[in-house]
Design a protein around this ligand. Structure first.
Ligand code: ADP
Ligand code: MG
Length: 610
């Protein structure tokens, strides 16, 4: 048998490497921007179209390349940045693996124009799928321009997995923000087609933050500063009162390289500790300077992970630096509605274990029992169903997705006229009890309200009848430009649901009205958290878009567990719940209610023996 092992042809090897380095248009953008920075550019211009799928161009005024270097730069393991293994421990450049350009060249059509300072003519090279199809002298400004056309044109499977233009655009702008924050000393211009998204002058870190995220950030941030032998920390944290529901502005840089580090992230969030409610995220822009020989940035092909030799100490220093900044600027927590809710909810959790004050009686009390059980209270007994009881109750509700037994509704006469014959009240600030001669219903107030709002939103969207609306004093919502495309994607659906909004400039919306169900909610956090969840549901298909938005919104707008409801509110809730098409399950498929018929109740008492 002949030997079978061969060395892979370069083009194939490059395509495989590309799989790791170039996952989407944004990765190509990142690599090109970083190369421009390594070439000491002071001005960089990025133009992309259609989420970068068919066109990405990065021009810089950096060192440029000689003809030979230009040709070499596209080869794998071709780098000017290191030449011996020990250099790996003193990396000051972004790149060093020498595989980015080779990878791009393997999976796209690429054009390169470059000229070194002092040389009369430059060089132009064109490559398609690793093959050089053109190389000639050209006249061009000093510096380098890379143009990528048709990314993944030769790997249809990969191309197919790219997301919508809006989502790919967001990924690109995320990369731009990271690179631009890491290098405020470099001027950037960014165009999406003809639209100038960013025009960033060289300046300080603070100026760069403001230029990227809006003027309001000038008052929102406070500096963090700490210098020890081991590391330098500089940058800003966002004051807790401006924390957001969306996990927006969280940036760590190590030696001017954006990194992701759940561990260090934890150091920051733990410093904010009690200052933020659970569902709000602190914002930060933190730069660390560490001696390059104390870190390893070589562990991930896209170089966004770093291994620190002194991880624990760094954690402690960051945490105390952030605490210090919070203290120094006298930042005290301000109570807002959500925070109070969170507090109340914690109280509630405790109450579950502690008997609620009330008339003590014991349904299981047996004067003839030699070992009497502990007393229980009425209220807590609702939360301590025995296993039997639980099975029994569960049997009374359909599984999510199963048809609803019509009989339940009829039995209880809950729609319309039956209501006044019912005794309806709230317990534990989270359940509504409805009793009638047909038995007992125990309804989860949050899930019930979710169901009601959800069906209302869906109906409004589908019927195209103008939604009942609450007018607002017009409020502007500013978006991080990276979120803008996504926000605009949601806009039409939101309008159909009863939001009255329109674009305001390029980075904001103005909101003039909200659906009636949103009354009492702040529009800003509402839409911010909607956007955040919408972002996470990236894989959404068109048909599911409406449904997803309605589900998320219903969840946000529904009364929370822990909210005290008055008599009118509880009655309205029960009435509206039973006007729903599917009252038994929440939009997320969780049970909304349990029921007990008189027979079932009687049986319970018959079963308990003296
Ligand atoms: P790496 O950045 O890891 O060295 P790349 O494949 O990204 O690898 O680039 C290969 C080489 O091409 C770089 O080391 C650099 O010498 C050269 N190069 C790439 N982009 C530029 C640019 N914009 N200006 C000048 N030289 C560049
Ligand atoms: Mg590089």
């Amino acid at each position: 048998m002949p030997d079978i092992i061969q060395i892979l042809p370069d083009a194939v090897a490059n395509q495989i490497a590309a799989g790791e380095v170039i996952q989407r248009p944004a990765s190509a953008v990142k690599e090109l921007l970083e190369n421009a920075i390594d070439a000491k550019a002071t001005e960089i211009k990025l133009i992309f179209k259609e989420g970068g799928k068919n066109f990405i161009q990065v021009s810089d005024n950096g060192t440029g390349m000689s003809e030979t270097d230009a040709r070499m730069s596209l080869e794998r393991h071709a780098t000017s940045k290191i030449n011996k293994a020990t250099d790996l421990f003193a990396i000051k450049t972004k790149g060093f693996r020498g595989e980015a350009l080779a990878s791009v060249a393997a999976v796209a059509k690429l054009n390169l124009k470059t000229r070194k300072e002092g040389e009369e003519v430059g060089t132009q090279i064109e490559v398609e799928g690793s093959e050089v199809v053109l190389q000639e002298p050209c006249s061009c400004p000093k510096g380098t321009t890379f143009t990528i056309k048709s990314l993944f044109y030769n790997i249809p499977a990969r191309r197919k997995f790219l997301k919508s233009d809006a989502i790919e655009t967001k990924h690109i702008l995320d990369e731009v923000q990271r690179v631009a924050l890491a290098h405020p000393e470099i001027a950037f211009q960014v165009f999406n087609g003809d639209t100038n998204i960013y025009q960033l002058q060289a300046g300080t870190f603070r100026q760069r933050i403001v230029a990227l995220f809006g003027n309001v950030y000038n008052e929102r941030v406070v500096p963090v500063e700490e210098h020890t032998d081991l590391l330098g920390i500089s940058g800003f944290i966002v004051k807790p009162e401006f924390a957001r529901k969306t996990r927006g502005e969280q940036f760590f840089f190590v030696n001017d390289r954006f990194i992701k580090s759940p561990y260090l992230h934890h150091a920051v969030t733990s410093a904010f500790d009690e200052l933020l409610p659970k569902d709000e995220h602190p914002g930060y822009f933190i730069k660390l300077e560490v001696n390059p020989d104390r870190i390893d940035i070589n562990i991930h092909p896209t170089k966004t992970e770093v291994k620190f030799e002194d991880e624990r100490i760094i954690y402690a220093i960051i945490r105390s630096a952030v605490r210090l900044a919070l203290g120094k600027y006298n930042i005290t927590p301000t109570l807002d509605f959500d925070k109070e809710m969170a507090f109340e909810f914690q109280m509630l959790k405790k109450i579950e274990d502690v008997p609620v004050p009330g008339i003590n009686y014991n349904p299981e009390y047996n004067p003839f029992d030699p070992q009497p059980k502990k007393n229980k209270t009425i209220s807590s007994s609702f939360h301590h169903f025995t296993e039997d009881e639980n099975d029994f109750l569960t049997a009374a509700r359909p599984e999510p997705g199963q048809p609803v037994p019509e009989t339940l509704l009829e039995e209880h006469e809950f729609a319309g006229g039956g209501l006044e014959k019912m005794n309806i009240f709230q317990i534990l600030n989270r359940y509504i009890i409805a009793g009638s001669k047909q038995g007992l219903l125990i309804v989860d107030q949050h899930r019930a309200h979710e169901r009601i709002i959800y069906e209302r939103l869906i109906e409004t969207m589908q019927s195209q009848v103008a939604a009942s609306q609450m007018e607002l004093f017009p409020e502007t919502l500013e978006f991080n430009p990276a979120d803008m495309a996504l926000a605009n994607e949601m806009m039409e659906e939101l309008k159909k649901m009863g939001f009255d909004l329109e674009p305001f400039g390029t980075h904001a919306w103005v909101v003039r009205g909200v659906p009636a169900d949103a009354v009492g909610h702040d529009v800003k956090p509402l839409i911010e958290s909607l956007l955040e969840q919408y972002k996470n549901a990236q894989r959404m298909y068109k048909s599911e878009k409406q449904d997803n938005l309605a589900r998320i919104l219903a969840n946000k707008m529904a009364v929370r567990s822990g909210m005290v409801l008055n008599k009118m509110e509880t009655e309205k809730m029960i009435q509206e719940l039973f006007e729903c098409k599917m009252p038994y399950v929440s939009p997320n498929g969780k049970p909304v209610l349990f029921s007990l018929t008189p027979d079932e109740l009687d049986e319970k008492f018959l079963k308990s023996k003296f």
